[in-house]
Design a protein around this ligand. Sequence first.
Ligand code: J2J
Length: 541
Amino acid sequence: MNAAEAPGWPEEFAARYREAGYWNGQTFGELLADRAHRSPDRVAVIDGTRRWTYRELDERANAIADGLAALGIRRGDKVVVQLPNIGEYYELLFALFRLGALPVFALPAHRFAEIGYFCEFTEAVAYVIADRHGGFRYTELADKVTAAVPGLRHVIVVGEAGPYLAYESLAAKRATGVLSGPSASDLAFLQLSGGSTGTPKLIPRTHDDYLYSVRESARICELTEDSIYLVVLPAAHNFPMSSPGSLGVFFAGGTVVLAPSPAPDVAFPLIESERVTITAVVPPLALAWLRAAETSENDLSSLRVLQVGGAKFSEEAARRVGPELGVTLQQVFGMAEGLVNYTRLDDSGDVLVSTQGRPISPDDEIRIVDDEDRDLPRGTEGNLLTRGPYTIRGYYRAAEHNASAFTEDGFYRTGDVVRMTEEGNLVVEGRAKDQINRGGEKVAAEEVENHLLANEAVHDVAVVSMPDDFLGERTCAFVIPASGAEPKPVTLRRFLRERGLADYKLPDRIRLVAEFPSTPVGKVSKAALRRAITEALRRKE
Ligand code: J2J
């Protein structure tokens, strides 16, 4: 991988991280092999009535890796993976890790606009889907993607493959050549950034750096062979994958249980029947679970830790978690770019409910600065910058954006506004990046704006967040119509859907205006627009 594609750590930092034992030279493929050797018969994955022991997961990963190799998929190739929470996801993940091919993690909610872009931009050789899920036919999406991206050589389908290649047939294929696996300093995958730019950014993570964060997360969350982790969020999201997530559980030798939906009527029975000990949710889900637990007859007593993260969890709701669910709340403030903060399980009640925790590593460098990058005194809120052994030094193929998203000495500008408490915990106070956090789902304002600007009836547009009791924030698009046009919100929303934008990115509200308020330097004042919509909501307009 050349440095222009994915900027790595300067050699002096890499040497330091190796010396400290953070980067220990193990790959994810080796991690699974090691587990399969040590506890072959323990259950690694549960998906409905299907179970995989560590030995079975290991063997299947090898068989699938052989099948992929037989298709000509090689080390360094990109494979867009868009699977729901099913066991095959982990077989495929480890198969790709072993080959050294890089999964590009898409979410099940993504549609043509996102998938087409990922395939094109990464020059992906394959796209892996389930035939259908949640009432959506992914094979139809694949028809559009293959027509638009000629370089995509294979579509691999779990389930009814139609004209495409059946995932199951991969396990029967045999590779002809010898696999040359990756080394730990190679990229392991490309993860999605929540983003604030017109096109989604991709995050290059190595085996070395990611595995370090996974091992330490497993330790901080006190995972053992007896841990049973329920995956309720989309399995490919960074939180349920690595904080400590499924990979942390595999490291510890515990069991991963897949929930097909996060709804309490699906998740609660699974917690009861599989004796789940830990799970991770976003704030709106925590609220939904708190409400459902009031009347639920399910036995949730096995659950010891409820992790909440992805968006700010209100202190009021946080206070209810311990007493009402009988668990320890753990707040997690993380980002796919790297830095992850946890409240520790033995922190005092006040720290658990009122802070978002502290970093994983003693070598996570934290700076809280003003708009001129000057360090602020402890306790003052400011922009969070970070650098460390598992935080990237640049996005994948994004040299221009990297110049502003990172400082010259390699600190990542998180776009989060935080303060640090006396005892060193971070409290998220707000956001400086142009992004809407819809209950943990991130929407880049500029991306939605660009799509709306493609509509003839739209002269200009500004997308901002508006407060929402349940999701924390929702999306509002202010639109200046083209002269003579009067676009209807439903028409604009349909237009976005037809362009293949994921549903969660569609504006919850669209307001037509004649002009935008501006800042003293003449830019659109998004702060004034946010105030305007907040005020209108308060007046119930
Ligand atoms: C406030 N904002 C938060 C929190 C994330 C673990 C947990 C979450 C993510 C994640 C992750 C927040 N309070 N507790 O990758 O490994 C917002 C911040 C942050 C952005 C990152 C993980 N937890 N956020 O959410 O890449 O704005 O990762 O910069 O999706 O979510 O989003 P994402």
